[in-house]
Design a binder for this molecule. Structure first.
Ligand SMILES: [Zn+2]
Length: 419
């Protein structure tokens, strides 16, 4: 039944594409519409970082309200329900129009407005949620947003756009410190630099073998709230009051904010964008297998810098990998896998963060042992350290994400200064 529906839909796509609107994805060409309503009053553009539209057409024949259908295809092997979408809407009249976001994936994942509530922005920087009263027709495969009296172009996105511009700002700010260095650790599948920041006070002479903390982010492209947490966490570490207490005199911090620049730029649901037939795109956080893993350029780059640190006899003492999910929580190790030293770090960290923040933490500790080869499992097994997945709720607001990221960064320094 499902297959039949898809076939019928694909035929309708082809017919409508021939008869009405541009359907097939055009090469990047800023300024030309990706597709346009039959009556010419509204167009959809997707030629920017983190945009994702795989198909687009108008169901209306030009005599009624435009009913634009924007289709998205998940990467074939994606089993995580993270339906990314992003496009720019350009109205040329104040007439009403509807846009339906419709997803296709082989694993019957939900594609409603639940995981990522649709957001809009005029400038791509400040975002607001689309009112529920404007959303109808939401089911597992699609939802429709109604618009009226629009006068200016705007973006619609599953989450705020946080791509190249965002990361350049982070890297510039962190890299501008007298004690920081910005460098490339590798190159993505499609040739983008994978960049890192090392915070290392007195690195040149005083303590060359200071213990190192590693922070990584954005293995999964849609996980924007985790990206925001990582940036606030890292900014906190370079603030004067933390420098004053000497944390960076005792520890180095290696920060790799965007492990998956291609997947982020392409608006992927989950994977990187490797086109190699022998080494196809995959979920990077399933590639941390010491024996058969690190097959992707992105994970191989991270492993390479870790190997370099090890080769210099620098101890790696803590690993935090930033993600987003349905809740604020930290995945830590389960019973038999707690590290042999400082196993109480997660509890102490949380308690200290609550003191810093002055309220009960929304983040809870989730003890799991992954059945798959993710970063947390790899780093714990290789180094016998606390390796933690820092998961931020998809719909947490930015002020909460930021205030808790700051509290957890300060708390981390406080606990580590007691080691
Ligand atoms: Zn994730």
């Amino acid at each position: 039944m499902r297959l039949f529906v898809i076939i019928v839909f694909l035929i309708s796509l082809l017919l409508s594409g021939q008869a009405k609107a541009q359907f097939f994805k055009l090469p990047p060409n800023i300024g030309s519409p990706y597709c346009e309503s039959v009556d010419g009053t509204v167009s959809i553009h997707a030629h920017y970082d983190m945009a994702r539209v795989d198909g687009c057409f108008d169901l209306d024949d030009g005599t009624g309200t435009p009913d634009l259908i924007v289709t998205n295809l998940a990467e074939p092997d994606v089993t995580n329900n993270s339906p990314w979408y992003g496009f720019k809407v350009v109205p040329s009249s104040t007439d009403d129009f509807n846009i339906t976001i419709r997803c296709f994936n082989p694993n019957t994942l939900n594609c409603n407005a639940d995981r990522y509530h649709p957001k809009r922005s005029r400038d791509g920087r400040s975002w607001s949620e689309i009112a529920n009263t404007s959303i109808t027709n939401s089911n597992n495969d699609q939802f429709t947003i109604h618009f009226s009296n629009e006068t200016q172009p705007f973006f619609i996105s599953a989450q705020p756009i946080t791509g190249d511009v965002y990361y350049n700002r982070i890297l510039e700010k962190l890299g501008a410190q007298p004690f920081s260095s910005r460098f490339q650790i590798g190159t993505s599948s499609n040739g983008s630099p994978i960049e890192a920041i090392l915070l290392s006070l007195g690195q040149q002479s005083k303590m060359p073998n200071k213990p190192t903390i590693i922070l990584t982010g954005r293995q999964h492209p849609p996980e924007v709230t985790g990206a925001i947490a990582l940036s606030e966490f890292a900014y906190t570490l370079i603030q004067q009051d933390l420098l004053a207490v000497g944390f960076l005199d005792n520890y180095d911090v290696l920060i790799i904010p965007n492990m998956n620049p291609d997947g982020v730029a392409d608006g992927n649901w989950r994977n990187n964008s490797n086109n190699s037939p022998l080494n196809p795109a995959m979920d990077l956080n399933r590639d941390w297998n010491d024996v058969t893993g690190f097959t992707q350029p992105e994970t191989a780059a991270v492993k390479s810098i870790i190997d370099d640190i090890v080769a210099e006899n620098i101890p790696i003492v803590l690993f935090i990998d930033f993600h987003s999910t349905h809740a604020d929580k930290f995945y830590i190790q389960t019973n038999n896998y707690h590290p042999s030293t400082h196993a109480d770090f997660p509890e102490n960290w949380k308690t200290a963060a609550e003191t810093v923040h002055g309220s009960a933490s929304p983040y809870y500790l989730d003890e799991t042992r992954a059945s798959f080869y993710n970063s947390k499992r790899y780093m714990r097994d290789r180094f016998d350290i606390n390796a933690i997945t820092y998961e931020v709720d998809d719909e947490s607001d930015i002020s909460d994400i930021s205030s808790w990221a700051r509290a957890y960064a300060i708390a981390m320094t406080q606990v580590l200064m007691t080691w």
